[in-house]
Design a protein around this ligand. Structure first.
Ligand code: C2E
Ligand code: MG
Ligand code: MG
Length: 692
């Protein structure tokens, strides 16, 4: 060790040592920064980057060594072998590049340290090759134990450097790594220099073609300039470009799924359409909307919904071919584009692939997630010439697909636009329906399966439109829900039904449909209470029908409202059971008094195995939970026989009576002449007169 200290203090020119130290510190800082940068690059980081980093880091290490060499006082004639000097530079570059690459991308357990070892080997190899290139008028005698120690310094400190960089991120890990690298370079250099003793030998001549110290100084200066230039290029240019790229990527891609977003689509769709036009091919725009996604979110939580979207995005990306694109433009809405379309079959195939991605079940923790997809398609230039209009058209087609029971993929047709216009016109008129006395309640009987006697009625709303005649609730209730008109309409229904039924002399129970928007109103129980008090209808005669979907929308709040309603004495029925998402669990959690099996299952009794099984299972489950079961849509005697055999409590359907105006059932329920003044009768009379 003493030899090393003597070597450093007596055999070196301090000014060179200081310069070497500065270069060494700078090169260490740069290598550490290069390492951090490399880690942030994608794994398939380009080879050119590794070469650049190796050149910058390796040349810096080489420069340190040779600046220090120039400061080494050599008391005899000397020069540098050009070939070995150049070879030492190349060694430093190659090993540094390889070491950084292994430390950053290596997948083995000790890759990080392995990379540091390679850099250490590079420092050693560079040093001894450089020393081998030192031509002196004498010999070099080596102290092998010191030489070995210098190798140990380089390897251990090199590995420690990348270990700190790759495995730690505490506040001092970077400065520490820089320090260990400085120590790796300096301790190696000066220990190895201390290990060398120059013994003059007049019989040895310095070859003429060797590089002089002055020329080496120029070479080192040039290397320093190259290093500085490369460092600037690698770190700064790259930083800026990456920064710009990452901002651009974030602005045009969805953060959750990594898919292109609406901004990307707006920027690229016109271009894609133009390319299609130039190639005389069609371009298809597909709007893909997930069915039942909201339920997944509500039932299983948002992390589950996020997982579903991410998995779906991966599947979409994997199934895309050339000229195809999928963007996420909303919570559960995607827009896909297919270029170079020559036949509709190609679009059909694309839509089928996308739907298949959605339908394939997903497993998240203990849950199997299942969602559906509705797809709307528009074509350029067939349907519209403008990107925005094409998306709007595909959107309309998607809504058609969503509403239809069978088709999950719908192509845009110009009649859809007319449909949209008609819907908004209907919405305008619906606003005035109450004040114009155009609404009326019809009543459909519900029967006890065992006795065959009427046990109650369901109140069903009808709209007597002045020119269209009777408008079905399946047409106007969704519009009322979309526009918020369901709130005043729902209140009118409750008031009217309770007032009408309170006048019946027979104490039949009446069921009233309640929309999900009404259920989310916290003052619904108070309103029902007031209506019951005002009309005098006993609470036990009122049943409220709510659907599964509204239950799932906000479970806690709905449960709270239902409990308050039940506290009034009102009974609660679940309508359209089986068409929603989480039927079984909902039955257990919510205190329903009755379940109404949807008519689509009753319709399939005896002909469809699944429907039969669902009806059987529901009756079984409900009876174990002490919940009554009513089968909707009974139209045939054999359905009655089946329901009787299975122990179903109630039934409702055209077989026993269609929904009828109050006047038609007045006698049965015992309300005599009062029914004639029923709301809606004026409007009916008016429309009948108009028709006549
Ligand atoms: P819902 O509550 O499931 O009502 C039963 C529907 O099935 C009624 O249609 C009824 O006419 C029909 N139906 C009954 N028996 C049979 C049968 O044997 N065969 C067939 N094919 N159909 C049968 P409607 O009156 O057209 O009502 C449709 C839906 O509109 C109702 O379905 C309900 O969801 C909604 N709705 C009706 N009135 C109101 C209301 O006052 N408020 C709210 N929020 N929704 C209402
Ligand atoms: Mg109903
Ligand atoms: Mg129903």
């Amino acid at each position: 060790m003493f030899k090393v200290v003597t070597c450093l203090t007596y055999e070196h020119d301090y000014s060179y040592v200081v310069i070497a130290a500065i270069v060494c510190v700078m090169s260490s800082i740069m290598t550490v920064r290069l390492f951090d940068r490399a880690k942030r690059l994608p794994t398939e980081s380009p080879l050119s980057w590794t070469i650049l980093s190796g050149m910058a880091g390796g040349a810096a290490i080489w420069t340190t060594h040779f600046v220090a060499m120039l400061g080494f006082r050599i008391p005899m004639d000397h020069a540098f072998n050009p070939f070995l000097t150049l070879a030492s530079l190349l060694i430093a570059i190659v090993f540094t590049a390889k070491g950084l690459h292994v430390a950053v991308t290596g997948a083995d357990r000790f890759s990080s340290e392995g990379g540091g070892l390679i850099i250490g080997v590079g420092i050693v190899a560079m040093h001894f090759t450089g020393m081998a290139g030192l031509e002196v008028a004498g010999h070099i005698q080596w102290d092998w134990s010191l030489a070995a120690l210098s190798v140990v310094f380089a390897l251990v400190l090199g590995a420690l450097t990348t270990h700190l960089l790759a495995r730690h991120s505490f506040a001092w890990s970077r400065p520490l790594a820089m320090l260990t690298l400085v120590l790796a370079i300096c301790s190696m250099h000066f220990t190895a220099m201390g290990a060398a003793t120059l013994v003059p030998d007049p019989s040895v001549f310095v070859p003429a073609r060797a590089i002089s110290s002055e020329f080496l100084a120029v070479l080192v200066l040039a290397a320093m300039a190259v290093v500085a230039g490369l460092a600037l290029y690698v770190l700064d240019t790259r930083t800026q470009r990456e920064l710009i790229d990452s901002f651009r990527h974030a602005a045009t891609h969805d953060a959750l799924t990594g898919l292109p977003n609406r901004a990307f689509l707006s920027a690229h769709l016109p271009q894609m359409l133009e390319q299609g036009r130039a190639a005389a091919t069609e371009t298809a725009v597909l709007v893909v909307d997930l069915d039942r996604f909201k339920e997944v979110n509500d039932v299983h939580g948002h992390h589950c919904g996020d997982f579903l979207l991410q998995t779906l995005a991966e599947r979409f990306t994997d199934c895309l071919g050339s000229g195809e694109l999928v963007a996420r433009v909303g919570g559960d809405e995607f827009i896909a584009v297919k270029q170079h379309v020559r036949a509709q079959a190609q679009v059909d195939d694309f839509a089928r692939r996308l739907v298949a991605c959605v339908l394939e079940p997903m497993q998240h923790e203990a849950n199997t997630l299942g969602v559906g997809a509705s797809v709307g398609v528009s074509l350029y230039p067939g349907d519209f010439n403008d990107a925005e209009e094409l998306v709007g058209a595909a959107d309309l087609a998607m809504y058609r697909a969503k509403r239809s029971l069978g088709d999950k993929v719908c192509y845009y047709e110009s009649s859809m636009d007319e449909g949209r216009r008609a819907r908004s016109a209907l919405a305008m008129e619906l606003r005035h329906a109450i004040e114009r006395n155009e609404l009326e309640l019809y009543y459909q009987p519900q029967l006890d399966v065992r006795t065959g006697q009427v046990s109650g009625y369901e109140a069903l709303l009808r709209w007597h439109h002045r020119t269209r005649g009777v408008v079905s609730p399946t047409e106007f209730i969704p519009i009322a829900e979309e526009t918020g008109l369901i709130i005043p309409i729902g209140e009118w229904v409750l008031k009217t039904v309770c007032a009408e039924v309170a006048r019946w002399s027979k104490p039949y129970r009446v069921a009233v449909n309640v929309a999900s928007a009404q259920l989310t109103q916290v003052d619904l129980p108070r309103m029902v209470h007031e209506i019951l008090l005002r009309t005098g209808l006993p609470a036990g005669r009122l049943e409220l029908e709510i659907t599964e979907a509204s239950v799932i929308e906000d479970r806690d709040r709905t449960l709270h409202v239902i409990r308050q309603l039940k506290a009034l004495g009102v009974t609660i029925a679940m309508d359209d059971y089986g068409t929603g998402y989480s039927s079984l669990s909902t039955l257990q959690v919510f205190p329903f008094d009755k379940v109404k099996i949807d008519r689509s299952f009753v319709d399939g009794l005896m002909t469809n195995e699944t429907s039969t099984a669902i009806v059987k299972a529901t009756i079984l489950l409900a009876s174990s939970l002490k919940i009554a079961v009513l089968a909707e849509g009974v139209e045939r005697q054999e359905q009655v026989d089946f329901l009787q055999a299975e122990g179903c409590a109630e039934m409702q359907g055209f077989l026993f009576g269609r929904p009828q105006p109050l006047t038609d059932i007045a006698e049965t329920v015992g309300c005599g002449d009062e029914a004639r003044g029923a709301p809606g009768s004026a409007a009916r009379a008016a429309s009948a007169a108009e028709a006549a």
